[in-house]
Design a protein around this ligand. Structure first.
Ligand SMILES: Cc1cc2nc3c(=O)[nH]c(=O)nc-3n(C[C@H](O)[C@H](O)[C@H](O)COP(=O)(O)OP(=O)(O)OC[C@H]3O[C@@H](n4cnc5c(N)ncnc54)[C@H](O)[C@@H]3O)c2cc1C
Length: 444
């Protein structure tokens, strides 16, 4: 056991915890019987305080390894501490890919199911929980195998449940078949937000993957100008020569914290401008590697240090199709506030699953990266909360570091059901995190 200062990827809310790395389900169960306040942690890629517990015990899942053989139908069982990067290193050469990947490969499968992560294909394929067949879970009430048909309530409380129902030790999921390690990508530049949103509403169904990078620093007629990239896996027939090679590890690293204030409205506006101008007006069928298309940020380790010591907030919300206007109003609010935001990420979501605290709901999602510092930031974020609540939407807990309990209760109407399940397997409220305490998700 070591005492460590833990922090999320945004580095805004540190906390001191005792950290353990149990290497088997038996050792996780033994920890659980000791009765300490506990939360699991993966690779710490959630942005806020979800994977830490000040004064409590954090169970790192990284020693829960092992990747089973991949069956002919793509079904594989792996330890919850295996990262998507490690899984892809084994799966891609055999012609398999993960059904859902977030924007970084550096997440564990335990962290991925606990946040019910989504990728650029939610409108087609849903989130990771939709592809999980079974999980092993250690709770204060004992060990469970859970699936959509066995202990379904505990299964769907755990999918998106931010570690608050126990420690997932293994996950069985179904991979998808790929013939090559390339994506064929269509790229289009759009001069404003209305334009890109119409293109996505009208055309996303024709693509498996779709994402728009939106410039939130422009105002007026070019407010929300964007680069839309969409694509699908290349087949052998599409390419002159095909290979199945896993993405290479990052070669670059940010060695120390950049001075706070390096990323300011001026520098971010300049970056966004260069980035927008360098994208092609329109390009179809470009071959991109899996790493370039899915995980462009993984090329540089520790890139969050660029935000300096104060760190940054990622604010991601989802609203229904009928509330698309909320996306427009949010970008308008931001672009007129003087608060700098790097390229925002806009995606379409398909239908929600049964995950009680799962984030996606059919419609739109927008993710904003905001350096901490500007005095207007807290007010802008409070305004965005209000807009999202008025639109019946929600903020993503895996990115959150600042919501309040009242807001979460409105945003997540299935929270009472979640707490019922949690109270059943954790009547003494042993499972907690700094996020859970802040949002009063620990149970009564
Ligand atoms: C660059 C970047 C891009 C991202 N892009 C996306 C994206 O496109 N889509 C998306 O959905 N998310 C995205 N994320 C968020 C990320 O996918 C999630 O926060 C994910 O949960 C991180 O996994 P982790 O292993 O780092 O978990 P941690 O951050 O360590 O933990 C996250 C949560 O999982 C719980 N947990 C971890 N392991 C277990 C376990 N074994 N059992 C039970 N609970 C467990 C923790 O208690 C915590 O609540 C992105 C993050 C970054 C940094």
């Amino acid at each position: 056991m070591t005492r460590q200062r833990l922090v999320g990827w945004g580095r805004t809310t540190p906390g001191m915890s005792e950290v353990q790395s149990p290497a088997s389900e038996d050792l996780v169960a033994r920890e659980m019987t000791l009765g300490s306040r506990t939360i699991a942690r993966g690779l710490g890629r959630s942005y806020g305080d979800a994977a830490q517990l000040s004064g409590g015990v954090v169970l790192s899942n990284r020693a829960l390894g092992g990747i089973g053989a991949i069956a002919p139908d793509g079904v594989v069982t792996l330890g919850a501490g295996v990262s998507i990067d490690e899984l892809l290193a084994v799966a891609i050469p055999q012609g398999w890919f993960v059904p859902v990947t977030p924007g970084t490969r550096q997440v564990t499968i335990g962290g991925a199911v606990a946040a019910d992560v989504h990728g650029k294909n939610h409108h087609r394929d849903g989130s990771i929980g939709d592809h999980v067949l079974e999980m092993r879970l250690v709770t204060p009430a004992g060990r469970f195998s859970v699936s959509p048909s066995v202990e379904p309530d505990l299964f769907w409380a755990t999918i998106g449940g931010m570690g608050l129902t126990g420690v997932v030790t293994t996950v069985t999921l179904r991979l998808i078949k790929i013939e090559t390690d390339r994506i064929l990508v269509d790229t289009h530049r759009h001069s404003n937000l209305d334009d890109v949103m119409s293109a996505m509403s009208d055309g996303d169904d024709e693509y498996r993957y779709s994402v728009a990078w939106v410039d939130c620093m422009t105002k007026g007629a070019s407010m929300g100008r964007a680069i839309l990239t969409r694509g699908d896996h290349a087949t052998r027939r599409d390419l002159a020569s095909a290979s199945l090679v896993a993405p290479a590890p990052a070669r670059l690293r940010v060695p120390f914290n950049a001075p706070s204030g390096l990323l300011n409205p001026l520098s971010i506006r300049a970056f966004n401008e260069v980035w927008f101008r360098s994208a092609p007006q329109s390009r179809e069928g470009e071959e991109q590697s899996l790493g370039t298309f899915f995980h462009p940020l993984d090329g540089v380790n520790d890139w969050n240090r660029l935000y300096g010591r104060r760190g940054f907030v990622q604010y991601q919300f989802a609203v229904a199709d009928a509330q698309a206007e909320c996306v427009v109003r949010a970008i308008d609010r931001l672009s007129s506030s003087g608060v700098a935001s790097f390229l925002a990420v806009l995606k379409r979501f398909g239908p929600a699953n049964h995950g009680m605290l799962s984030f996606p709901l059919a419609g739109w999602t927008l993710a904003l990266d905001l350096p901490v510092g500007p005095s207007a930031l807290p007010t802008v974020l409070d305004d965005l909360d209000e807009m999202v609540i008025d639109a019946g939407g929600r903020v993503y807990l895996a990115k959150d570091s600042r919501l309040n309990p009242e807001a979460v209760r409105v945003m997540y109407p299935r929270l009472p059901h979640f707490l019922d399940v949690k109270n059943r397997i954790d009547p003494r409220h042993q499972l907690a995190s700094d996020l859970a305490r802040r949002l009063q998700l620990v149970g009564k």
